[in-house]
Design a protein around this ligand. Structure first.
Ligand code: ATP
Length: 358
């Protein structure tokens, strides 16, 4: 059984290196105590790298990502560093395409003590899966624009949707086994209006039939936006098309009181990238005040994914412990960064998470 794993580390831009360093330190401590190995290898890429070298994503870094067991990425891009055509430098999108990372996994969790615009103290804990390679983003950058008309194409394929839905049901099963959810998957679509979404739903139903121990239901995307605000605790795992998922994941971040506690993963058949939902926050870079929690929670997702995939229970357990440690620090509300209403710095929060782990 494999017990040592290669992790490609994209330190990124802005606050990226500041939140990555304590995260790698926490992971190294867990690995040493847990009896598994994590070998971290830096993969240079991003806007600062482009400014300094003229290259935004060196071939060697792509190769390091491709050959790694998992990829940790902080945030890339700087508003004032752009390609000559004016577009931003975003190697994370290149990675998603090159490694066919079709499942964008966005946990929506409201912990005790976490600021939220919702007037409820009911715990909220569900996962939004956004298909990330096709849908309405299929013609991204290739849309046709004429004088009086513009066209983009929505594409839904069996090759992507079948593994996507399998991933969603497997996730619901593992959450159910861990006591985190009832084992329910909701297909979010617009099957009442578009034939492509009826096809999407048909493939979802075929996968659902293979999981008699799990619940499956459907919801239209517009109603889902309403229910995410009215009764977000009723969801467990939801799976949807790229553009719908893009919009609903920001709604989810809003429910979570912002991006400081929002982790994510982009997962495919053979590769996965774990990164916070927030960007490189150049406005606060270099001040030591960035909140590392979303990065740490993304690292926890990485441990759970690697542990499940390779059958290493210690890693799966450490993923849950790391998440619980962050929950504890948030609930205690003693050591929080400014975005969560506190005055602590990045290093203080990392130290508090380390203490909560012990
Ligand atoms: P991108 O387009 O790359 O996602 P963005 O322009 O939407 O980025 P962010 O870089 O996420 O924005 O920053 C948005 C705001 O949130 C900024 O004011 C930033 O300082 C703040 N912010 C983002 N991440 C953090 C963090 N980890 N800790 C504290 N504040 C943060």
């Amino acid at each position: 059984m494999k017990s040592t794993f290669q992790i490609a580390v994209f330190q990124g831009d802005g606050i990226g290196p500041e939140i990555m360093a304590p995260t790698v330190e926490l992971l190294s401590g867990l690995a040493t105590a847990g009896g598994y190995g994590l070998n971290f290898a830096d993969a240079p890429a991003g806007a600062a790298h482009y400014r300094d070298t003229g290259e935004s994503f060196p071939v060697a870094s792509m190769e390091a990502a491709r050959s790694a067991d998992a990829i940790l990425l902080s945030a890339m891009g700087l508003p004032d560093v752009r390609y000559p055509d004016g577009t931003e430098i975003s190697p994370q999108i290149d990675l998603r395409k090159a490694l066919t990372l079709f499942a964008g996994v966005r946990p929506i969790t409201i912990r005790p003590g976490q600021p939220t615009p919702l007037a409820t103290d009911k715990p909220v804990d569900f996962v939004l899966i956004r298909e990330s390679t096709e849908g309405l983003f299929y013609t991204q950058g290739r849309g046709e624009v004429e004088r009086d008309e513009a066209r983009e194409t929505l594409r839904i394929t069996r090759a992507i949707c079948e593994p996507l839905f399998k991933f969603a049901f497997d996730l619901a099963a593992s959450r159910k086994a861990a006591g985190r959810g009832p084992g329910k998957v909701t297909c979010v679509d617009k099957a009442n209006v578009f034939r492509a979404f009826a096809f999407f739903r048909e493939m979802f139903d075929a996968e659902a039939a293979k999981h008699p121990g799990l619940e499956a239901d459907h919801a239209y995307v517009d109603a889902t936006a309403l229910w995410m605000v009215e009764r977000p605790w009723s969801f467990d795992v939801m799976v949807t098309e790229n553009m719908f998922g893009d919009i609903l994941s920001d709604l989810g971040a809003g429910l979570m009181g912002g991006l400081g506690l929002a982790p994510s993963a982009d997962i495919g058949a053979d590769h996965a990238v774990f990164q916070p939902c927030h960007g490189s926050a150049p406005d606060i870079a270099g001040q030591g005040v960035a909140n590392p929690m979303a990065m740490i929670l993304s690292a926890a997702m990485m441990l759970e994914w690697l542990g499940g995939r390779h059958g290493v229970p210690a890693m799966t357990a450490d993923g849950a412990r790391l998440r619980d440690a962050v929950d504890k620090v948030v609930a205690e509300a003693r050591v929080l960064t400014r975005d969560l209403g506190g005055t602590a710095g990045t290093a203080d929060v990392a130290a508090a998470v380390k203490e909560a782990l012990a």
